[in-house]
Design a protein around this ligand. Structure first.
Ligand code: NAD
Length: 329
């Protein structure tokens, strides 16, 4: 099949070329992010391959269908950037990579916790400048702390396993409880109870209308004073303005985010030579107790291999009219 890749980076090309050695599909790589204005690039292709910040809204999907696109292959797990109703209406199938490496994202969430807590990023810079002082580097033991997990799906469960290894007391909030988690000693509680009890909260639920701004002014107010919030799920699960207020008044003690509400204008780009027009992220960057990474939770060799293999498999299944086990409906 002829497949047009949007938002292509060097690592996408490297891994997809490596895993499509048999040359079943003709892969073309575009740097452009998908939106209504770039949709004409898909003309002459059978399928498109998208990442997290490509925008397949109704207008775009209408154009893709008019240009002959029959399949949207997401090379990610989340699908909040695709209008599924429009895809159905225009007879375009949507497939994704549901679980390329839950451990990759879970381990990144832990990296955010450890860095924020033990301030290794600051220590690294200090020591490079021959500053061996420990002043203001005090952290806290994770052992014995209460950690709350919102969403105990694949990533949430991988995260729980790590935190139990640290000797944390883990509680969770999800619409559905997982037997493996309960057997491991995780107690499911209400969202409010989780907010009240936790020293650290990590978000692992998808972005849905009901989880949009789940962390808002009211929820920050219910958190333990000075607690830590980690988000590796999707940016809009947190109301960023409310997070800034909570940081300013000390309610929120630490914030570690790998995702950001307005990330599509910033993340995955080198803007080091530009003026950043987004005052909200500029304010976030200015806090000493905020750590931001630009959506790199998934970014391990193992995950990139799995993403390429599963995406190419999804495309082949569609071409051969085999059942689409990874279809999003
Ligand atoms: P999953 O589908 O396995 O698990 C999601 C869990 O969230 C499920 O248990 C579900 O019941 C729960 N959930 C749904 N609605 C909820 C609600 N209202 N409140 C609480 N829990 C709710 O998904 P996953 O593979 O664990 O991925 C989780 C999210 O992580 C994805 O949706 C994606 O947004 C994000 N993600 C981020 C990266 C990254 O690089 N940072 C990479 C992959 C995925």
């Amino acid at each position: 099949m002829k497949v047009a890749f949007f938002s292509t980076k060097s690592y996408d090309k490297e891994y997809f070329d490596r895993f499509s050695e048999n040359g079943n599909h003709q892969l073309s790589y575009f740097d452009a992010t998908l939106h209504a204005n770039t949709a004409p690039l898909a003309k002459g292709f059978d399928a498109i391959c998208l990442f997290v910040n490509d925008n397949a809204d109704k207008e775009t999907i209408q154009q893709l269908a008019a240009n002959g696109i029959k399949l949207i292959a997401l090379r990610c797990a989340g699908f909040n950037n695709v209008d599924l109703n429009a895809a159905k209406e225009f007879n375009i199938k949507v497939v994704r990579v549901p679980a390329y490496s839950p451990e990759a994202v879970a381990e990144h969430a832990v990296a955010l916790i450890l860095t924020l807590n033990r301030k290794t990023h600051k220590a690294y810079n200090r020591v490079r400048e021959s500053n061996f002082s420990l002043e203001k580097l005090t952290g806290f033991n994770l052992h014995g702390k209460t950690v709350g997990v919102v969403g105990t799906g694949k990533i949430g469960q991988a995260f729980v396993r790590i935190m139990l290894g640290f000797g944390c007391h883990v509680i969770a909030y999800d619409k559905y409880s997982a037997d493996e988690m309960k057997a491991a000693g995780v107690k499911y509680v209400s969202f409010d109870e989780l907010l009240h009890q936790c020293d650290i909260i990590s978000l692992h639920c998808p972005l849905l209308p009901e989880t949009h701004h789940l962390m808002n002014k009211k929820s920050f107010h219910k958190m333990k004073n000075g607690a830590m919030l980690i988000n590796t799920s999707r940016g809009a699960v947190i109301d960023t303005k409310a997070a800034i207020d909570a940081l300013k008044n000390g309610q929120l003690g630490y914030l570690g985010i790998d995702v950001y509400e307005q990330e599509e204008k910033l993340f995955f780009k080198d803007l080091s030579d530009s003026i950043i027009p987004d005052d909200t992220i500029a304010r976030l960057i200015s806090f000493p107790n905020v750590l931001i990474t630009s959506h790199q939770g998934f970014f391990t060799k193992e995950a990139l291999e799995q993403i390429a293999t599963v995406t190419l498999h999804n495309i082949s299944c569609f071409e051969k009219e085999l059942p689409l086990e990874n279809e999003v409906q």
